[in-house]
Design a protein around this ligand. Structure first.
Ligand code: NAD
Length: 506
């Protein structure tokens, strides 16, 4: 819908505020988009498309807050995160419902997302340990060398629609734990859950400007990339925008990490434990209606695995219930928008035209689902690696099945993808796993795990077109990303311990 186009019902719903300098304030932009429940097409709110003036106000607040926040003792910063963890935990069910209502995923998926969001805060609480530097005495006689970590400055994150609660928290708690100040630009499709998170942040009594929320779309993003007052940018979203963000932020001299799209393969060996493998594949391909960056979207069957896997996989898929994610019996919720539904249906259409067979076809899921953006789970058999269905990210509940003759063949098929986010292997054969994990070209590997998304304490990110940058999200990489290293070499002439030659004496 055009940014300025609103129906009378939409006009009556609340327009969301930004959170800047410790308080809620309206955007100065007259432009706003409807935020829609994809299960019902109901308009939930309107999100402003903030202008560069709105962003500028947030950057000013974040810069002003920086010296005072940086000076807060690291253990006090960590204690603020303890309080945040407590606040999030107290409202976890409300947060999960918000995720379901604005994004569409089932409550089970949304609860798991909120649990991972909270885990990020728990991990960031360890900052008095993880932010420690290193020291080596006597690099020359009576000369010590020491590396300390200091905050980078004002950091911003630009995030996608598919994890409204968790993905912003891959960044926010780690950034502020390390003494940075922070600006979040949520997805304009799902801005509501972060309004709740910022209500909780507001009650922590952080110095004004430590955390800021600027709603918006492309203009706000471009403002972040170009703004001289922003030192570091984290991005999560589609591959083309990740490239744009990476190039433009780097050109402006910023530290940048850009996590992009994916096409995740799941390799099934002939000896896989089939019932558990089917459950893992179904959860991976169709959970969150296939809209996870770690969703398995291609199954590569090795040899006779194809004939063992396909019948029970199709049967399990046909049993899935499509519906509103708020209903406890729903297995597959809607996709994010009608536009997404049409794009996904067209991708299935093209795959069948290219020669694939829709052995489970979800294009018309049936039932009373006409109001929402529903696509049923779909399995495309007979896909070849050169087909679009094998190469392009569909980002919906569509699973392509490719046959391989051997493990070598399967590893080569995975390696041909331009993406390298997650990959899984299902087998009980340790030697096959050793080969696979050593040779496969991806950043995250699952062994008999359908969604191998690392816990908060490990780094998250792909390879190849799935990631541009070097430091990954969360884990200790987050502390590396959010700190600058400073190395001090020192000696004291009056210490009575003598003095050796250090480099060139003068
Ligand atoms: P998207 O790229 O459309 O949007 C992401 C963010 O970029 C949003 O905040 C949006 O406002 C902004 N944006 C969109 N187009 C822009 C443009 N032309 N210029 C500047 N900013 C722009 O992604 P999405 O549809 O919200 O999310 C789905 C995508 O995200 C999928 O490709 C998925 O694989 C990817 N994703 C990747 C990871 C990962 O860890 N690699 C995690 C989650 C999602």
């Amino acid at each position: 819908m055009d940014a300025m186009t609103t129906t009378s019902t939409e006009a009556s719903v609340r327009i969301l505020d930004n959170y800047v300098g410790g308080g809620w304030m309206p955007s100065s932009s007259p432009e706003a988009l409807p935020v829609t429940n994809p299960a019902t097409a109901e308009t939930l709110a309107r999100v402003p498309l903030s202008s560069s003036a709105d962003l500028d106000a947030a950057v000013r607040a974040a810069r002003e807050a920086l010296p005072a926040w940086r000076a807060v003792a690291v253990i006090e910063r960590s204690r603020k995160l303890f309080l945040l963890r407590h606040a999030l935990d107290a409202r976890r069910e409300e947060l999960a419902r918000s995720v379901t209502v604005e994004m569409g995923k089932t409550l089970v998926d949304a609860r798991a997302e909120v649990a991972r969001m909270i885990e990020m805060v728990e991990c960031a609480c360890a900052v008095p340990t993880t932010m420690q530097g290193r020291i080596l005495e006597d690099v020359a006689r009576n000369v010590d060398a020491e590396t300390v970590r200091q905050p980078v400055g004002v950091c911003a994150a630009i995030v996608p629609f598919n994890f409204p609660a968790m993905v912003p928290f891959w960044f926010l708690p780690f950034a502020i734990a390390c003494g940075n100040t922070f600006i979040l630009k949520p997805s304009e499709q799902v801005p509501l859950t972060q309004q709740m998170a910022f209500e909780m942040l507001d009650r922590l009594d952080l110095p004004p400007g430590v955390v800021n929320l600027v709603n918006g779309g492309r203009e706000a993003v471009e403002g972040i990339l170009d703004h001289p007052g922003i030192d570091a940018v984290s991005f999560v979203g589609s591959a083309p925008v990740a490239r744009l963000v990476y190039e433009r932020a780097a050109k402006a001299g910023k530290r940048v990490q850009a996590l992009g799209g994916a096409k995740n393969h799941m390799v099934v060996m002939p000896d896989a434990v089939i019932d558990k493998t089917v459950a893992g594949i179904v959860g991976s391909a169709f959970g969150a209606a296939g809209q996870r960056c770690m969703a398995g979207s291609v199954v590569v069957t090795v040899g006779e695995a194809h004939d063992r896997l396909l019948p029970p996989l199709c049967a399990a898929t046909e049993e899935l219930t499509v519906g509103d994610g708020l209903e406890e019996q729903t297995d597959v919720g809607p996709v994010i928008s009608e536009r997404a539904r049409e794009r996904i249906r067209e991708a299935i259409e093209r795959a069948t035209h290219d020669g694939a067979e829709a052995v489970v076809d979800g294009r018309d899921p049936g039932g009373d689902l006409s109001a929402g953006a529903y696509v049923g789970p779909t399995i495309l058999d007979g896909v070849r690696p050169d087909m679009e269905a094998a190469r392009k990210e569909i980002f919906g509940p569509v699973l392509s099945v490719i046959r391989a003759d051997s493990l070598d063949d399967a590893i080569a098929i995975v390696g041909r993808s331009r993406f390298g986010n997650g990959v899984s292997i299902f087998t009980e054969n340790g030697a096959a796993v050793r080969r696979f994990r050593h040779e496969v070209e991806a950043g995250m590997v699952g062994v008999n795990i359908g969604v191998a998304a690392p816990v908060a304490f490990f780094p998250f990110s792909g390879w190849k077109d799935s990631f541009l940058g070097d430091l990954h999200a969360h884990g200790t990489d987050a502390v590396d990303f959010y700190t600058r290293k400073k190395t001090i070499t020192s000696r004291w002439f009056s210490s009575g311990q003598g003095s050796g030659r250090y480099f060139v004496e003068n």
